[in-house]
Design a protein around this ligand. Structure first.
Ligand SMILES: [Zn+2]
Ligand SMILES: [Zn+2]
Length: 276
């Protein structure tokens, strides 16, 4: 198989289904962000890496017009490939950034929440480095990288801020407060890293940017069993569009069946070892 070149480098968002625009997949990790229209306003779902802010702004203006600003920014979870430009864009657009209540301590740079929600990569590599920095330097760094005063919690029973007709689906496992977003009228599902459409759990999958359903990257996931239960939760929604945080979105009648098949495979003895 010939590796496909990095795609999505242009600042052009593609309307994958009515009022849902995908910007990406971009770069080696094939990261996506989404613009979702609702009435006369729109919302950004996920905010790419830290360097992606100008790219996202330009693409938003190509869809919604010069100077366009969203009602808010929603994050599926607080990882650097999804929240990297959130603070920068929130300041630029003067809007709030919403996350699940269980994700809010991570977004605010709470050290105890970061250690409690750690995945293997954090535990083995990142946290030891951060401990070695000493408390003062670590807290200064966490403060700079947190969402500071723009972070807000999504109210669990309050719908999705700014998006009428959408439901907020808690999908914990990759992180404690990971969330997905679901449009009920046509079963459009935005999944962050709860399910992605490229093979992120093998080295060859990443290097060759292989398409295909995958659970969250095990090496950055907090609780594998919960993550697999979240995959089953998402399959029960019978999506017609599966728009993940990485890879080209899956669209069409086969989507739900493919996700069910993947969920059934994953729910076998849940060690995740077969995905390494
Ligand atoms: Zn992630
Ligand atoms: Zn990710």
């Amino acid at each position: 198989m010939t590796p496909s070149p990095p795609t999505g480098t242009a600042s052009v968002a593609r309307e994958i289904v009515q009022d849902v625009y995908c910007l990406g997949p971009r770069g080696r990790t094939q990261t996506n962000v989404y613009f979702v229209g609702s009435g006369s306003s729109w919302t950004l779902i996920d905010a790419g890496w830290a360097k992606d802010g100008p790219w996202i702004k330009k693409a938003a203006e190509s869809v919604f017009g010069a100077g366009a600003r969203p009602a808010s920014i929603l994050l599926t979870h607080y990882h650097p490939d999804h929240a990297g430009s959130a603070l920068q864009l929130a300041r630029l657009w003067d809007c709030a950034v919403y996350v699940h209540p269980d994700e809010l301590p991570l977004a605010r740079g709470d050290w105890s929440a970061i250690t409690a929600g750690a995945g293997p990569l954090d535990t083995w590599v990142i946290l030891p480095l951060m401990r070695a920095m000493g408390q003062r330097r670590r807290e200064a760094m966490l403060s700079r990288s947190s969402l500071q005063d723009v972070a807000r919690a999504i109210e669990p029973n309050g719908g999705v801020p700014g998006l009428a007709g959408w439901e907020f689906i808690p999908t914990p496992g990759h992180t404690p407060g990971h969330s997905s977003f679901f449009r009920t009228k046509d079963h459009v599902l935005i999944t962050g890293d709860a399910v992605v459409t490229m093979k992120l759990n093998t080295v060859s999958g990443i290097l060759l940017q292989r398409p295909g359903l995958s659970g969250p990257p095990w090496y950055t996931s907090w609780n594998w069993r919960a993550a697999m239960e979240s995959v089953a939760t998402l399959a029960r929604l019978e999506p017609t569009v599966l728009a993940g945080g990485h890879g080209t979105p899956m669209i069409g009648a086969q989507t739900a069946a493919a996700l069910h098949a993947f969920a059934n495979h994953c729910s076998a003895p849940a060690t995740g070892a077969d995905l390494v």
